[in-house]
Design a protein around this ligand. Structure first.
Ligand SMILES: [Zn+2]
Length: 453
């Protein structure tokens, strides 16, 4: 067995691990590098693997930093299967084409404005290429051991996080390697608890929050307070939200607050993001793999009026009535939330409520850090609205929750590789694993490989 760390090593994005075992070459996750330019440029390098030699790809979940490189792999003549859960397949069906669409739009914009040094600027892949790559997706349901030949099998187990997210066990003979994928959190309102895995010879574990703990505050208490205070001064609550996962969790909490009369039952709620609407429908379809029943999921999503058309979205800006408006993107880097911020942010009565992680340098991050004006569509917009955060809604386990999940292993893996975190987070978690559990743990660097047996 040999593992190569082709992404998400000492950084959070670009998850890709090549496993060579029993004469086969398996790629676990096929993610895009995102964020800083030097990382994004990695997506443009020749693929780090000979795609035509790969036997199978296995996806842990649909987030683009785990799936968004698939269209490049397909273009590089990969024709084999891509195994993932049904939830992941459906979410990839909306995320990958959207990713291609945005890349085409960005390239077109760069060409129009002439600011790219490439002439013409090209997308990494097109919407059409993304759609074509979806044909390789094959559903492997949770808890089903799939034989890959030569006493080699793969099994997916639920880890919460987002719909369909899995950890991957690859077994060859008696030897097992486990990839945690992105670990969700126990006791959330909507997602299932991460399943504990009893044994692994080798383990690859994520560390996004390897050096931090989440707030223990109850999200419904915080939401209730923010909504009622804003409405009492005649304002609206504007929520920039990730479309997949976070938007559905918010709808569920808002539905519960209405159901228990903690906020006004007739307060209008709008979900203004075609992607979030599609993700909500997929959420309702797959009610067996999250905590809500079919009825509860439909009631939660039904709390919002779906805004599909652009004209309807623009019309919300002229509404005088207090409302809750959920729109993407979650870090206010693009999407319909921008024209809403431009309209609602200058008014003190309103609240801008951030519902997730804000990467450094994004518009969301600047607003959260208290900047009094930000640029939107080339214009400086004053931020006079109240700014609040709901930090407890993270979809990732924090340090103590990761340690708790690791406690499920009945004996120490021979080696644990800590990945998918900024360098400090990964190093801190590796040290904690060595100190508290007395396991062997290391933090591989990008491009490194290890012979395991
Ligand atoms: Zn993820």
């Amino acid at each position: 067995m040999k593992i190569s760390f082709l992404g998400a090593a000492r950084t959070v994005t670009g998850s890709k691990y090549l496993l060579e075992v029993a004469g086969k070459r398996l790629l676990i996750d096929c993610g895009l590098f995102q964020g800083r330019k030097e990382l994004r440029l990695r997506n443009w390098r020749p693929p780090p693997i000979d795609a035509s030699n790969l036997d199978a790809v296995i996806l842990t979940h649909a987030h683009l930093d785990h799936s968004g490189y698939l269209p490049v792999l397909a273009r590089s003549h990969y024709r084999g299967p891509v195994y993932c859960t049904g939830g992941t397949k459906d979410l990839c069906g909306i995320l990958l084409p959207d990713s291609g669409y945005l890349m085409e739009r960005d390239a077109e914009y760069a060409n129009r404005k002439g600011f790219s040094k490439h002439h013409p600027a090209l997308p990494l892949y097109t919407q059409r290429e993304a759609e074509q790559s979806l044909r390789s997706l094959r559903v492997l349901e949770f808890d089903t051991e799939l034989p890959l030949g030569d006493d080699l099998t793969v099994t997916l187990k639920p880890v919460g996080h987002i719909l369909g997210a899995a950890c991957v066990t690859i077994r060859h003979g008696k030897e097992k390697i486990v990839f945690s994928g992105d670990l969700g959190r126990p006791n959330t309102a909507t997602m299932v608890d991460p399943v504990k895995i009893p044994e692994a010879d080798y383990l690859v574990v994520e560390s996004t929050y390897g050096d931090r703990l989440h707030s223990k505050a109850n999200p419904e208490d915080e939401l209730e307070k923010v909504i009622n205070e804003t409405v009492s001064r005649g304002g609206s609550v504007i929520i920039p939200s990730f479309a997949v996962g976070r938007a559905q969790t918010l709808l569920y909490h808002i539905h519960r607050l209405k159901q228990t009369d903690r906020i006004a039952g007739d307060l209008p709620v709008f979900l203004d993001s075609p992607m979030a609407i599609n993700a909500s429908e997929i959420f309702c379809k797959h009610h067996k793999i999250h905590k809500l029943s079919d009825k509860e999921a439909r009631a939660a999503c039904g709390v919002a009026h779906y805004v599909r058309h652009w004209e309807e979205s623009k019309a919300l800006d002229s509404s005088q009535m207090p409302m809750i408006l959920i729109s993407a993107s979650g870090m206010a880097t693009g999407g319909r939330i921008l024209h809403h911020l431009k309209h609602f942010a200058p008014d003190r009565r309103n609240t801008i409520l951030f519902a997730g992680f804000q990467a450094e340098g994004t518009r969301g991050d600047r607003i959260v850090r208290g900047e009094t004006e930000v640029k939107i569509y080339g214009q400086m917009v004053p931020i006079r609205a109240e700014v609040q955060r709901l930090e407890m809604l993270s979809a990732h386990a924090d340090q103590s929750e990761i340690m708790d999940w690791l406690g499920g292993f009945q004996s120490p893996p021979k080696q644990t590789f800590v990945t998918h975190g900024e360098e400090d987070a990964s190093l801190t978690l590796a040290q904690k694993i060595r100190e508290d559990l007395a396991w062997e743990a290391e933090v591989p660097k990008l491009g490194e490989a290890r012979h395991l047996s």
